[in-house]
Design a protein around this ligand. Structure first.
Ligand code: PXP
Length: 247
């Protein structure tokens, strides 16, 4: 069955809007994560950014202690984050690109361009028992690089697909086809395939055409919906939709 990892970064974004610089404040991302688990989420995803714009170090360590499902730590490939991950021991790390000015993670990782440094990072994480995923655009050369680098998973960046849904059916279809091709290629290379970014309650049905998916990581749409219906119902509604996925 297709798994759901709920990305809770934006609960911390809301807290930081009022309580930046404090060690308290609401909403508490850990409480939200526990409710996501209660609603049936298979895992919790949090991105500790270099600039600490939303999730703080104390959040990610509290998540590690308190959640019972899998913790997926998103992070940039830099020495500070690697050291934190080795201490934190999340179940899985998803390595993402980080450019300071972006509102969120905009494009896939350049695995090809950073092959040797990623190979070393992936080796260190795997040696300490942490699974590794690379957040990649649906691009043949990047997926081949992921296999050489040694990550067990890739997460297909669905951002271009999500944008294309607002452009029109032809653009949308082209992006779905790119995701299908990429998922097939990754599967053939022995990589496990996750997907995420921009997936919402409407466009998710198109994602079901993509084969071999293990997990979807969804944040903004679920946290946004929780403002009106509450987080438990927002997660349950997404899980209900995800039952339609057939491998
Ligand atoms: N996957 C990755 C690697 C991400 O960086 C993000 C957040 O940007 C997501 C999934 C979730 O994206 P969204 O908040 O658009 O659902």
């Amino acid at each position: 069955m297709l798994k759901l990892g709920v990305n809770i970064d934006h609960t911390a974004t809301l807290r930081q809007a009022r309580y930046k610089g404090y060690t308290h404040g609401e909403p508490d991302p850990v409480s939200v994560a526990l409710l996501c688990e209660e609603a049936g989420a298979d895992g919790i995803t949090a991105h500790l950014r270099e600039d600490r714009r939303h999730i703080q170090d104390r959040d990610i360590f509290a998540l590690r202690q308190q959640i019972k499902t899998r913790l997926n730590m998103e992070m940039a490939n830099n020495p500070e984050m690697v050291e934190i991950a080795l201490r934190l021991k999340p179940d899985i790390v998803c390595i993402v690109p980080e450019r300071r000015q972006e509102v969120t993670t905009e494009g896939g990782l350049d695995a090809l361009g950073q092959e040797s440094s990623l190979t070393e990072t992936v080796r260190r994480l795997k040696d300490s028992g942490i699974e590794v995923s690379l957040f990649l655009s649906p691009d043949t050369a990047q997926i081949e690089a992921a296999r050489r680098i040694g990550s067990q998973f890739i997460e297909l960046h669905t951002g271009a697909f999500a944008e294309a849904c607002y452009v029109g059916p032809d653009a949308e279809e082209a992006e779905v086809q790119r995701l299908i091709t990429a998922a097939n290629q990754a599967h053939q290379l022995g990589l496990k395939v996750n997907a995420g970014h921009g997936i919402n309650y409407t466009n998710i049905r198109q994602i079901y055409r993509v084969p071999h998916l293990v997990e979807l990581n969804i944040g903004h749409s679920i946290i946004s919906r929780s403002v009106t219906v509450g987080i438990v119902r927002a997660v349950q509604e997404m899980l209900e939709l995800m039952k339609e996925y057939k491998q």
